[in-house]
Structure formats: structure tokens, C-alpha cells
Design a protein around this ligand. Structure first.
Ligand SMILES: Cc1ncc(COP(=O)(O)O)c(C=O)c1O
Length: 397
């Protein structure tokens, strides 16, 4: 018998898994637990996970749907007609985008699943995915796990956090198959800079790159700003898809409810991958998601008012400790520069040690996040006020 292939230990991760850092929020959670075990009352402003419940009308729809035996079997990965139709109607009403409910939308088990699986559907080794930096970690982890390369596109603060598309090396453009973008943007809170979507469509058309616009925050905006869909850009559907998550705008992070919309051929390829790796989104959740999109806007608007109030509280407190920030027009985050003399990590460490408050170091979102930190607004008002008081008390002057 020939010797076994190289052995690396029973529980050793694959080389691909080894190549990506541990998922950053897992590490942050570990630190918070450590402090709490020491008896320290830590306030975490790390994760962006809405603290208020899913809207009641969505829960009621779920209750009814869960009791219907018609929702209890394996779902089809194409999705229920009610789900696809609700998305098509929502996209027309909300964004002025026509979606064919038969071929241009299917459910995803959250945007994270969708983005990860898009990497496996489209990338081979030697392919490149272009990924915003700083950015949601799956834009880089997904390509690496798929055996491909993530090429970072630094978002420029002086350009309203747009990437410099002209700076992408020609060989990367030649090898690129995917381009990940996200506006309103996590972690920077930036809304899409004027003309960027148009320039992206032009670049993607020229280089045959599938654009994946991660639309996780379009329903959470402030000061009267209304976020567009990437798919409303002329030509976008020829080169792109949009992933729309209900997690943040509808307080549904635990439900894992999202959809991919846009280019029909690309959606078919994603569907083909999915039929091999999962069994679709629970149909009761699909019906609840459809109810969410068809529901009154008052709940979504009320959430925006809550976050806007918290945003103002945070921006004012940061001003008091000498950190000046432009109030973001969207998302549930405030992105701020660290004070002079600090790195992202050293400042986050200082805040944790001195004030027992967790902020996310910007470097967790990519090298271009260095020099920044992120505060999530998904903490109840009193606790957020207390956290800001601690920053004032321990970090002023
Ligand atoms: C930009 C962005 N995309 C996707 C997600 C995850 O969305 P979902 O809960 O639908 O997986 C998040 C969550 O923080 C996010 O910030």
C-alpha cells in the first residue's frame, strides 16, 4: 500500500481556511466575554445587529406561515412565487427597477450565504474578485476560500469612499470575474458617490466582470437621503446582480432572509451552485419576507428615526473627545478617525481598557480601514448614552 498523502492532523483546517484570519466578530465576542468573566461591565458597540424586535406584522405572517403544512417541506431554491412577486413589486415601487419575478430574482439564506456562494459559482483558482477595502469580510474571505484571489480596491475618504477604478492594474482586470460593492457602505457609512455606479457599469462591460452590489442598508438612511438600487443604473442588469438583505432594514438578522436580483443568467449560475450545496430558504421565512416588503413603511421609517437620533448622540460625543466626523447619511454605523498617535487596534484597546466599551478597529475591515474605528448604533439609547459618557469621562483631553 502506498503511503498516505500528506497528513496535517485530524482537526487541522484546510490551507484555504488557514489563509483567512479568524472571523473578526468571533474574536471580538471572545474579548468581551473575557472582560465580563473578570466582572467588568462591558458595553459592546461592535456588531451591527438591531436591538429592537422584528416588526410585529412580520412575526404574525411567520406565525401563520409556519402553521401551514404547505411550507414545511424542502423549499425549492427558485423560491415561492409570492416571494419573487413581492420583490418584483418592491423593486418597482421603491427603486423604479423592473424585475421579472420568474427569471430575475431568487431567495438567498442571508446576504452572507449569497456572497460566499457566488464566489464558488463564479471563481476558479487564478481568477480574481475585486473587493472594496474596507469592506464586509466575506468579499475577501469568500474568494480565498474558493481558491481565487481577492484584489483590494481601497475606498478613498477624500472621494466620499469611492474606489479609484483607474488604479486597478490591467492584469487584475483581465483576471477579474467578480466585483463587490456596497452602498450605503459598511463600515464607512458612505452613500454612493455621484456617478460611481455608472463608471462601474462601464468598467464591468468593458472587462466582462460580474458586479455584485451588496444592498444591505438601502432602507436605513437619514436626513432625507433615499438610497438607490445599483440595478437602477442604465446597463446594470447586463453586468450585475444586487443582493438585498432584510436583516438590517426590517430587524430580521436571525431570520436569514435575502434575495439576489438582476442578471438572469448570473442568477441561474448561482442557483445551479445552490442546488448542490443547500436546500433553499425555509418557505415560511419566504412568506414572512414577502409580508415584510409589502408592509407599511411606518416601521422602517421609525427605525431610521431611532438610528438617526443615536447617530447624532454618537457624533456629538465623539466631537467632545476631539474626534470630528461627518454624520453618515446611511447604515447603522459611525466611522471615525482614531486620535493622533493611535492605530485602529491601539485605540480600540484603549477604549476597552479605559472605558469598558467595545468599538471595532477599522483595520478589521481591511488595510484601508487602518486609522479608523467603527461604532454600531444597534444599542438601546440609555446604554449608548452610558457608553458615550464613559468615552467623555475617560478619553477627554
Ligand atoms: C455589507 C453587509 N453585507 C451583508 C451583511 C450580512 O447580511 P445577512 O444578515 O443578510 O447575511 C452585512 C451584515 O453586517 C453587511 O454589513
Amino acid at each position: 500500500m502506498s503511503a498516505p498523502a500528506k497528513k496535517r492532523g485530524l482537526a487541522a483546517p484546510s490551507e484555504r481556511l488557514e489563509a483567512i484570519p479568524p472571523y473578526m466578530f468571533a474574536e471580538l465576542e471572545r474579548r468581551v466575554e473575557e472582560k465580563r468573566d473578570e466582572g467588568i461591565d462591558v458595553i459592546s458597540l461592535g456588531i451591527g445587529d438591531p436591538d429592537t424586535p422584528t416588526f410585529r406584522y412580520i412575526v404574525e405572517a411567520m406565525r401563520a406561515a409556519a402553521g401551514d403544512p404547505g411550507t414545511q417541506r424542502y423549499p425549492s431554491n427558485r423560491g415561492r412565487p409570492e416571494f419573487r412577486r413581492a420583490f418584483a413589486d418592491f423593486y418597482l415601487w421603491r427603486f423604479g427597477v423592473e424585475i421579472d419575478p420568474v427569471s430575475e430574482v431568487i431567495p438567498a439564506i442571508g446576504a452572507k450565504e449569497c456572497i460566499y456562494n457566488l464566489c464558488f459559482a463564479f471563481l476558479d483558482p487564478a481568477d480574481v474578485a475585486l473587493a472594496s477595502d474596507p469592506g464586509y469580510p466575506v468579499y475577501t474571505g469568500g474568494p480565498v476560500l474558493a481558491g481565487a484571489e481577492a484584489h483590494l480596491l481601497p475606498l478613498r475618504p477624500d472621494w466620499g469612499f469611492a474606489p479609484d477604478l483607474d488604479a486597478i492594474p490591467e492584469e487584475k482586470l483581465d483576471a477579474a470575474r467578480l466585483l463587490f460593492l456596497n452602498y450605503p457602505n459598511n463600515p464607512t457609512g458612505a452613500v454612493v458617490p455621484e456617478g460611481l455606479f455608472e463608471r462601474v457599469v462601464e468598467l464591468a462591460t468593458r472587462h466582462e466582470i460580474l458586479v455584485v452590489h451588496d444592498n444591505a442598508y438601502s432602507e436605513t438612511t437619514y436626513d432625507g437621503y433615499v438610497a438607490p438600487s445599483f440595478l437602477a443604473t442604465p446597463g446594470a442588469k447586463e453586468v450585475g446582480v444586487e443582493v438585498f438583505s432584510l436583516s438590517k432594514g426590517y430587524n430580521m438578522t436571525g431570520w436569514r432572509c435575502a434575495a439576489i436580483l438582476g442578471n438572469a443568467d448570473a442568477i441561474k449560475t448561482y442557483w445551479r451552485l445552490k442546488t448542490n450545496v443547500d436546500s433553499g430558504l425555509y418557505e415560511a421565512v419566504q412568506l414572512a419576507g414577502a409580508a415584510a416588503l409589502r408592509g407599511a413603511r411606518s416601521e422602517v421609517e421609525a427605525m431610521c428615526r431611532i438610528y438617526q437620533r443615536r447617530r447624532d448622540l454618537v457624533v456629538a460625543a465623539l466631537g467632545d473627545i476631539g474626534v470630528e466626523v461627518e454624520p453618515p447619511k446611511g447604515t447603522i454605523y459611525v466611522w471615525a478617525p482614531v486620535p493622533d498617535g493611535h492605530t485602529s487596534a491601539s485605540f480600540a484597546e484603549l477604549v476597552l481598557e479605559e472605558a469598558a466599551v467595545v468599538v471595532s478597529p477599522g483595520s478589521m475591515y481591511g488595510p484601508s480601514g487602518e486609522g479608523f474605528f467603527r461604532i454600531s448604533l444597534t444599542t438601546p439609547d440609555e446604554l449608548l448614552s452610558e457608553a458615550m459618557q464613559r468615552l467623555r469621562a475617560h478619553l477627554s483631553g
